[in-house]
Design a protein around this ligand. Structure first.
Ligand code: PMP
Length: 396
């Protein structure tokens, strides 16, 4: 129902809160075990460390912290990011770094930079729901990059598919929603191919630091230094410190950063000075080296419980699921093509008191209904086991 008695923009009028979002509000009831949230676990928030950081800032630099700052971001934090990249063998300068108000803002700015109405943009299918929502503001036309069980297929980027595409949005690490990671050979092939086709890659990597198995792989951004092409990489402190701080960052060639700075100025002038300072104060002396192993260990355990419970309760059923080596999500695929997880969500919550996110909204076009996403990070072990059993009862 439209309650507006005066005209609003088409953009706003066509945006709708999804039915799924409304159903998921029901998961706030205490009896519901929710695997639906995309939130990191509060167990992983470094409360004391952040408290200390804010105290120090108030004691020593309160006036700077409470003042406006530059649109590019707090310089010491940008310099820390440069050092962090250099430690991983990626050579960047401070001019290559823009601090943003969460990587969600990076998506908005990248949309503003690249997209006109009807512009073509390439997506993995499925992909991050929040990216689809954000870019929908610009009414683009989505085309999908074919994928298989190992993620996107670089060879599928043909000149036909990429013709007139403004960029390809990709999540190489522990993809949201599938939990899949792109192997090194595919990363190299993707970067090379995109360079040949002059196709910018937008690399979204909020989960890369949450690897709990296997060796870290170079980012597409790092590989572009070797193989050429343009990669705009989005990073975030949301999953490694706290999402409430709203601190993310973009690394990209200087001319792209300069344009993004203009767009950011028009959007919000700058990201919170005090929060940037608090992040810098927290990470500057190597805190992440002690903090992250604990978060990874916790997520590893939780993922293991969920995989065990899935093996136990879904045995013999026509369903498969991914086995992530990091991140927060498992993706389930039901082999009956008429299975509709969106339709079943209401019953899952009402009858079985368990919630998931149906697969449908993760598809930028041609939605498939036989998938669902489970988060293994916020629910404790006993509830993971109980919740998976309840879920299996529904699908049985
Ligand atoms: N990208 C992906 C893939 C995400 O999953 C999220 C958060 N769920 C974001 C971006 C946004 O993160 P933030 O704005 O908190 O950095």
């Amino acid at each position: 129902m439209n309650a507006f008695t005066f005209p609003i923009s088409q953009r706003a009028a066509t945006m709708k809160s999804s039915v799924i979002y409304d159903i998921l509000k029901m998961t706030e009831r205490p009896e519901v075990i929710s695997f639906a949230g995309g939130l990191p676990t509060p167990e992983g928030f470094p409360v004391e460390q952040l408290h200390k950081a804010f105290d120090t800032i108030f004691q020593t630099q309160a006036k700077t912290a409470l003042q406006y700052g530059s649109s590019e971001g707090y310089r010491p934090l940008r310099e820390w990011i440069v050092r962090d990249f250099k430690a991983r063998g990626v050579d960047i300068q401070v001019e290559n770094v823009l601090i943003v108000s969460g990587s969600q803002q990076a998506l908005d700015l990248i949309g503003k930079l690249f997209l006109d109405e009807g512009s073509k943009v390439l997506f993995e299918s499925p992909s991050y729901l929040g990216a689809i929502q954000s870019l929908n503001q610009f009414s683009p036309c989505y085309d999908t990059i074919p994928t298989d069980e190992k993620g996107l297929i670089p060879e599928a980027l043909t000149s036909d598919l990429t013709k007139d595409a403004r960029f390809a949005y990709v999540l190489p690490n522990f993809q949201n929603p599938t939990g899949r990671t792109l192997c090194l050979a595919r990363r190299i092939a993707l970067v090379k191919r995109a360079a040949e086709l002059n196709l910018p890659l937008v690399e979204d990597d909020p989960y890369g630091e949450l690897r709990f198995e296997g060796e870290a792989l170079p980012s597409l951004f790092a590989l572009s230094q070797q193989y050429g092409g343009t990669v705009i990489r989005m990073g975030s402190f949301s999953k490694i410190l706290s999402p409430g701080l709203r601190i993310g960052f973009i690394t990209a060639p200087v001319h792209i950063i300069d344009k993004l700075v203009q767009l950011k100025q028009a959007t919000d002038l700058q990201t919170s000075t005090i929060n940037q300072m608090a992040v810098y104060e927290t990470v500057k002396d190597g805190f992440l080296d002690v903090h992250l192993p604990k978060v990874r260990e916790l997520y590893h355990r939780q993922c293991h419980y969920m995989l065990e419970a899935l093996e136990e309760h879904f045995a013999g059923m026509e369903v498969s699921w991914t086995r992530p080596t990091g991140g927060m999500f498992i993706w389930m695929t039901f082999h009956q093509p008429d299975m509709d997880t969106t339709q079943l969500l209401y019953r899952a919550i009402e009858e079985q008191h368990v919630a998931y996110v149906p697969g449908e909204p993760f598809f930028p076009s041609k939605p498939e209904k036989n998938h669902l996403r489970l988060s293994f990070v916020t629910v404790p072990e006993d509830k993971i086991r109980a919740g998976v059993a309840q879920l299996a009862r529904l699908f049985r």
